[in-house]
Design a protein around this ligand. Structure first.
Ligand code: DGY
Length: 323
């Protein structure tokens, strides 16, 4: 049986072939309804969706009465209206696990880069501005032995904590929905309130999904609680930080620096004040962006899609009650 599927992101060739062997695939660049009548006709027949980075809510779902599975090539699923998907009996599949270690590596890159001012000093060398031995105006901050506060101790947060504890002898604080027994055993992690974590940590690392509860969880009041020598690292979703408050905190020296992979608006607009602040490391949302991991995510998304369409598996389903 061949399933009718809309694909809105490219896939590695072998995975593309696998999809075509099992499905009748319509390839589109986006899920925009502005594409016109032809796209609406395809939606009306579609049983599956596979792709990433496009909003899926009632306007799409109402036009897709046969849709059973949406498979996102990402762990985050904030582009999807999960309640609406459940109401429409559409299974939402995502790709956890395969990107955990790679994303933790990137978050650690941000910690090190921000602390040692690596991006800023790299630019100085490339610009031919390294003219004498560096002095205190270019010194960074130690990472080894410092206190790391993790907000959101899921798979990725724990992988960051393991690196920090085992490799950098860091003391680990965490704030999460619930206390984790594993955290104490694996990296001597201490659970604490958000306020306590903000006021005590040298590195505050946000690894949160985006939801109504986490949106702008870090705003002006939270920056007021941080130490002036603290660094804020965000490797989850941009809108969990009030970006204007972050800019002010950096400009006014309320914190020492930041390392960001995600932003309120992506790609980062060219007029963003973040671009002119030397004490911010800005990466272009590359948490999982390695050849190996992006392949594994695509493979996982294809497996998820086919497994769910063929009623073989509900593994990696965000709303398993639908199945
Ligand atoms: C994810 O998988 O959610 C990453 O942020 C890439 O979008």
């Amino acid at each position: 049986m061949r399933f009718r599927v809309i694909q809105y992101e490219s896939l590695p060739e072998d995975l593309e072939q696998r999809l075509h062997q099992n499905c009748e695939v319509t390839r589109v660049d986006s899920l925009s309804l502005m594409q016109g009548e032809e796209f609406r006709l395809v939606l009306a027949e579609a049983e599956g969706l596979i792709g990433v980075g496009q909003k899926v809510g009632p306007e799409i779902l109402d036009l897709a009465p046969k849709l059973r599975v949406a498979s996102t090539i990402s762990v985050g699923y904030d582009y999807f209206d999960v309640d609406e998907m459940t109401r429409h009996k559409v299974m939402l599949m995502h790709t956890p696990d395969v990107l955990t270690e790679t994303t933790a590596d990137m978050i650690f890159t941000l910690i090190l880069c921000a602390a040692r001012r690596a991006a800023e000093l790299h630019r100085m060398v490339k610009n031919g501005e390294w003219t004498s031995i560096v002095g205190p105006e270019h010194f960074g901050s130690d990472v080894y032995g410092k206190k790391l506060g993790i907000v959101g101790l899921g798979r990725i947060g724990s992988a960051v904590a393991r690196r920090a504890y085992n490799g950098f002898n860091m003391e680990i604080l965490y704030h999460n929905r619930k206390v984790s027994e594993e955290a104490e055993a694996l990296f001597n992690g201490s659970y604490c309130s958000l306020d306590e974590l903000l006021s005590e940590s040298d590195f505050i690392c946000l690894v949160l999904p985006l939801s109504d509860q986490t949106r702008k969880i870090i705003g002006p009041a939270e920056f007021d609680k941080m130490k002036p020598e603290a660094f804020l690292i965000n490797g989850g979703r941009g809108p969990v930080i009030d970006e204007q408050a972050l800019v002010q905190a950096l400009q006014r020296g309320k914190i020492r620096g930041a390392g960001l992979d995600v932003y309120e608006c992506e790609p980062l607009p060219l007029d963003s004040p973040l671009l002119n602040l030397p004490n911010v490391v800005t990466l272009p949302h590359i948490g999982s962006a390695t050849h190996e991991t992006r392949y594994a995510m695509a493979e996982c998304a294809v497996d998820n899609l086919l497994g769910a369409l063929q009623h073989r598996s509900t593994r990696n389903c965000v709303n398993p009650g639908v199945a």
